[in-house]
Design a protein around this ligand. Structure first.
Ligand SMILES: N[C@@H](Cc1c[nH]c[nH+]1)C(=O)O
Length: 372
């Protein structure tokens, strides 16, 4: 016996009911189909795996993000996946290590985070996306962004905007052209995260002020960042961003927030967040990163993930419900004919069945499906 109410689920975990359960499946199918047209092939990693493999593969996947448990069979610590990108990295560097690069893989499934966020308290999420393994050049990132936009379009998202970010820029500046002691970098990052201009001054990091002012629409942001006197570290990145923005701007809105790091724990030179009109918060993100092989060799990669839950909540993926009620005694060949025409048939199995109560839109009257 338990003192937990039978309908209660742990915080952040939910059932998906009709019609949303079907919408989620429809959206996942739409995204997978769109990515397949670009040559991305689907892999299906398991729900849980050895913890050590999940944290070791990507630079900076953190143990505290994992829901862990001891497996009574292997006696080892397993973790539920919080993100499928690390698993795809494992597949790419083990079973598919010998497959030609760039390797294009797609995925979709449930992931579980230890903690939700204020905006998204859910802990289980339906994640889908692609990873392009073997390259993180501008051409590779441009392709991944194109695939992401096609996937969002296939899912019915409109008014898309992309916010680009430069996750390891500040670190590179501090270690190079705009020197700051390594132990001060976390404080510097915190000031930049909080857009705290006074904090930068107090830290003796006034050279970094343009980074705060630069966040915003892409052209203005690039112009402001060009005023930073930081040589190649910044010029190379800005040239790359400018090429990426040119590929995006005729399709979607583009902004740049050079110091945004939240949610970009393992991304390297470029990251991006995806937004859709009328959908609160971020609906996806991605960027470049490094996968570490078992022998220590590093491989570049880039990818994106879309989280389908906010799309489902926004009502995307719904199909028109054409449900026809079949009164008792309706001929089975009639029923089969209706199904072949695309109807969902809901057959009475006793005298008391009522089409309206069973959510039917139509009823078979012996001649045709008549509206209810
Ligand atoms: N999996 C990352 C996004 C990503 C995919 N590939 C690279 N980055 C996330 O969900 O935040």
């Amino acid at each position: 016996m338990t003192d937990i109410a039978p309908g209660l689920l742990p915080e952040g975990l939910h059932d998906r009911l009709p019609p949303e359960a079907e919408s989620a499946a429809t959206l996942l199918r739409a995204v997978m189909d769109a990515t397949a047209t670009h040559g991305y092939e689907r892999v299906q990693p398991p729900l849980a795996e050895f913890e050590a493999n999940l944290v070791g593969r990507l630079k900076s996947t953190r143990q505290q993000d994992l829901l862990r448990f001891v497996d009574p069979v292997s006696q080892r610590t397993l973790a539920l996946r919080p993100d499928m990108t690390a698993q795809v990295g494992r597949i790419a560097t083990t079973r598919m290590a010998g497959t030609a690069r760039p390797l294009r893989l797609a995925y979709g499934g449930a992931v579980l985070k230890v903690r939700g966020t204020q905006l998204r308290p859910e802990r289980e999420m339906l994640q889908t996306g692609v990873e392009l393994i073997g390259s993180d050049t501008v051409a590779a990132v441009a392709e991944v962004l194109r695939v992401a936009l096609d996937a969002l379009e296939a899912a019915g998202v409109t008014g898309v905007s992309v916010d680009l970010t430069l996750p390891n820029l500040v670190e590179a500046l501090a270690a190079g052209p705009m020197p700051l002691a390594a132990d001060k970098v976390p404080e510097l990052q915190a000031c930049l995260d909080g857009k705290d201009a006074a904090g930068l001054t107090a830290l003796g990091a006034d050279a970094y002020q343009p980074l705060i002012a630069a966040a915003g629409p892409i052209d203005q942001a690039l112009k402001r960042l060009r005023t930073l006197n930081a040589g190649d570290v910044i010029e190379e990145r800005l040239d790359a961003v400018s090429i990426l923005a040119d590929g995006l701007r005729n399709r979607v809105g583009v902004t740049l927030d050079p110091t945004e790091r939240h949610g970009f724990e393992y991304q390297s030179w470029i990251g991006f967040s995806l937004f859709g009109e009328g959908i609160p918060g971020e609906i996806g993100r991605g960027g470049s990163y490094t996968i570490v092989h078992a022998d220590g060799r590093e491989e570049k990669a880039v990818g994106f993930s879309i989280y389908l839950d906010p799309l489902v909540s926004a009502g995307l993926g719904r199909s028109e419900r054409r449900r026809v009620f079949l009164p008792l005694g309706t001929d089975e060949s009639v029923a089969a004919g209706l199904r072949a025409q695309g109807w969902a048939t809901v057959a009475a199995i006793s005298q008391g069945c009522n089409g309206t109560k069973l959510g039917c839109t139509h009823q078979w009257n012996g001649l045709e499906a008549a509206p209810l």
